[in-house]
Design a protein around this ligand. Structure first.
Ligand code: ADP
Ligand code: MG
Length: 623
């Protein structure tokens, strides 16, 4: 029989697709299994309207056989088969899908499961095979046909013999090359793991003959190889099951089987949506922070299934970065199996699903916060930082979504509070939400700057994470209350009158001190916030000392400088010493000023420029 050419454009398309559409060669098996499953589905469909045909579940299966000697891999199914015309049409024209046609001819409703629709999957066989042979007999036909092709240069169709209805596809597996070990597609264990990975939830049994070494009967240490037919796939995916059929343990097992994490999940979500987009998902919030979570190496993403068939292991488009800790999977009938990565990104359905998931995760976290506070705090310790990054990044675009999920410790009690709780606890006369920054709660508690605010009876939020202040600057306000760093210039609660007069009176002294310190500080002035401490540093303008520390640690930002103000407690005894030295002993004034400045730096956790000079200065005071 004469060799037929693939129809027109098909030839180039075939070459392209063999080489580029799929990133992993192993998916050829997924494609062939999906086609086999489709073919069985079609029998099921026929049976619905054909009285002569009874669909006995046991009769329908897919079988995979590897033959190392002949380097062949065979995928057999008991599906609907193909007539000669169908062979010619469906396998002779690339990008022509018999399955898509079947769906419209038979008015298959969307709720069913036929996977194929693009008409390219079959050709992925040529990624691993030199030659592909398809022997098939259509339902209702006595004749069988053999389609054979070595790839782009064409195919032949000839009559063949086949006893049963269905299709048998044989791949002549390529020889190994330097870069590619094709041999692995003849190894039972490798094949089995590919089936498990991509096709575990195909609804018909996928059988394989697995070799097992078994103890020979009647002996104690003699083994013999036996071959047993096994069903490799588990068929019913957990996400298709009903929530109330499943236990906590089922979800935990799934989490571990899937290797989403080695811990136990903190919380799972089983989602089933039948709206403008149809999908099912099982999502997990892990208990522990993955070791690489806050590094560039961490890849967020969910497994993506199209109708029970895995199409992507880590679909990052499904999760915003700030929910990057979420693990799990999504299965949708609205996504196409053959879709490539680039196409997927623009997929409207996918975007809808992503948006939907985002809202679900958000409300799950909100209800965890409301109903299971302890669990939420555990979650927040592991992943709270991500949420704060989420507030800060993308120019604050997501702050409304995230602000109510934030928590901080505070001066009132040693526990986490939300912004909402803070505001609810505010006395009526309190105008701002006060916060203080520092390495730890213990250090912040000792900051002299907190004195005045605490004296007023106001609560102070403790910002111990370097991202905290940046995130809060992005929020600007919460429930119409502005945030205020206790070290900032104007706290809005300073007492007036008397101190103001003091400042005027000592103006000359402060100017003298400022000129001793030069451009290290912008100003030296009488403090309105200090009660018991002699000195502290505060800042003027947007940039605070904590932000300066963070920014300076980044390359290229070493020159960033907060505008610092040295505040002196005029009610403190040291102030008298300063006054005494002023105008009488310039050297003493300079010594005291530098000492006080360095002390203020230490309190802030900032480095002292010249520690040796500092210790010498202390000695001078002592002798
Ligand atoms: P798709 O599955 O997207 O339609 P494929 O290239 O995978 O595209 O397959 C092309 C067509 O060949 C299918 O639509 C189907 O009509 C037919 N076909 C492929 N494999 C089989 C099979 N095992 N049994 C019956 N028909 C098949
Ligand atoms: Mg297909």
């Amino acid at each position: 029989m004469a060799k037929k050419q693939f129809k027109a454009e098909s030839k180039r398309l075939l070459e392209m697709m063999i080489n580029s559409i799929y990133t992993h060669k192993e998916i050829f098996l997924r494609e062939l299994i999906s086609n086999a499953s489709d073919a069985i589905d079609k029998m099921y469909y026929k049976a619905l309207s054909d009285d002569k045909l009874v669909f006995n579940k046991e009769d329908y299966f897919i079988k995979i056989t590897a033959d190392k000697t002949n380097r062949t891999l065979t995928i057999t199914d008991t599906g609907i088969g193909m007539t000669k015309e169908e062979l010619d049409n469906n396998l002779g024209t690339i990008a022509k899908s018999g399955s898509l046609a079947f769906k419209s001819e038979n008015e298959v409703k969307d709720d069913h499961t036929i996977i194929g629709q693009f008409g390219v999957g079959f050709y992925s066989a040529f990624m691993v095979a030199d030659e592909v042979t398809v022997v098939t007999r259509a339902y209702g036909s006595e004749e069988a046909y053999e389609w054979r092709s070595k790839g782009a240069d064409g195919y032949t169709i000839e009559p063949a013999a086949k006893d049963t209805v269905g299709t048998e596809i044989t791949l002549k597996i390529k020889e190994n090359t330097e870069d590619e070990q094709y041999d692995e597609y003849l190894e039972e264990y490798r094949l089995r793991s590919i089936v498990k990975k991509y096709s575990d939830f195909i609804r018909y049994p996928i059988k394989m003959d697995m070799k097992r070494s078994k103890l020979k009967e009647g002996t104690e240490n003699e083994y013999e190889d036996t071959v047993e037919e096994e069903t490799v796939n588990s068929m019913v995916p957990i996400w298709r099951k009903n929530k109330n059929e499943l236990t906590q343990e089922d979800y935990e097992n799934f989490y571990n089987e899937k290797r989403y994490g080695f811990d136990k999940p903190l919380k799972h979500m089983h989602i089933s949506v039948d709206g403008s987009v149809v999908y099912r998902a099982i999502l997990f919030i892990p208990k522990n922070t993955p070791f690489d979570y806050y590094t560039k190496e961490y890849e967020k993403g969910l497994e993506l299934y199209s109708n029970g068939v895995l199409i992507m292991e880590k679909c990052s488009d499904l999760l915003p970065d700030y929910f990057g800790f979420v693990k799990g999977m999504v299965d949708s009938e609205d996504l196409s199996l053959n879709i490539s990565r680039e196409l997927l990104q623009h997929d409207k359905q996918l975007k809808l699903i992503a948006k939907n998931l985002k809202n679900k995760i958000k409300s799950q976290l909100a209800s965890l916060l409301k109903d299971e506070r302890e669990k939420y705090e555990e979650f927040y310790k592991a992943f709270g930082r991500t949420l704060k990054f989420g507030v800060y990044s993308d120019y604050g675009m997501n702050k409304d979504d995230l602000q109510d999920l934030l928590m901080f410790t505070s001066s009132k009690e040693k526990k986490w509070i939300t912004l909402d709780e803070y505001v609810a606890n505010m006395p009526e006369d309190q105008k701002y939400i006060y916060y203080a920054t520092g390495e730890s709660a213990e250090r912040i508690e000792k900051l002299p700057q907190t004195e005045l605010v605490l004296d007023k009876g106001y609560e102070i939020l403790y910002f111990t994470d370097d991202i905290d202040e940046f995130a809060i600057k992005m929020l600007m306000k919460y429930k119409d209350k502005e945030f205020k760093n206790v070290s900032s210039g104007d706290l809005g609660i300073e007492p007036e009158a008397k101190d103001e007069a003091d400042a005027e009176e000592n103006k000359e002294l402060f100017e003298a001190m400022k000129s001793i310190l030069g451009d290290k500080v912008k100003q030296v002035r009488a403090s309105k916030r200090l009660k018991s401490h002699p000195v502290c540093l505060t800042t003027e303008g947007e940039l605070t000392i904590e932000m300066e520390k963070v920014l300076r640690a980044m390359p290229g930002s070493e020159d960033v400088k907060a505008e610092k103000v040295l505040e002196i407690n005029v009610g403190h005894d040291v102030f008298q010493s300063l006054k005494d030295a002023h105008g009488k002993d310039q050297e003493k004034l300079s010594l005291y000023t530098k000492l006080l400045y360095n002390q203020a730096l230490l309190i802030e956790g900032l480095p002292i420029q010249d520690p040796v000079e500092f210790t010498n200065d202390i000695c001078k005071v002592m002798v």
